[in-house]
Design a protein around this ligand. Structure first.
Ligand code: ZN
Length: 84
């Protein structure tokens, strides 16, 4: 039995609302990530908002280098690299 799926616009709304928040838990983020993935929603610049290793909000030391912005995650130490 297939689960009833929310529409893509509905999912997009949820994703947008989620990233309005400045604080979120890795658990909440995981849910939104799965929602976005299941609807093939591109997170775009939202990806820069969190650490891809530990799923925590990304806050930490920022370095700009060769057109890339590297943010070192406070929680796990991973270097998250994004284009500027
Ligand atoms: Zn991290």
């Amino acid at each position: 039995m297939a689960k009833k799926k929310e529409s893509k616009t509905e999912a997009q709304k949820q994703v947008d609302a989620f990233f309005q928040k400045t604080r979120f838990t890795s658990e909440e983020l995981r849910k939104i990530w799965n929602l976005a993935k299941s609807h093939r929603i591109r997170l775009g610049s939202y990806r820069k908002r969190f650490c891809t290793a530990c799923w925590n909000p990304l806050a930490g030391e920022i370095r700009i280098n060769n057109g890339f912005k590297t943010t070192v995650c406070k929680a796990c130490g991973k270097k998250n690299r994004n284009t500027v």
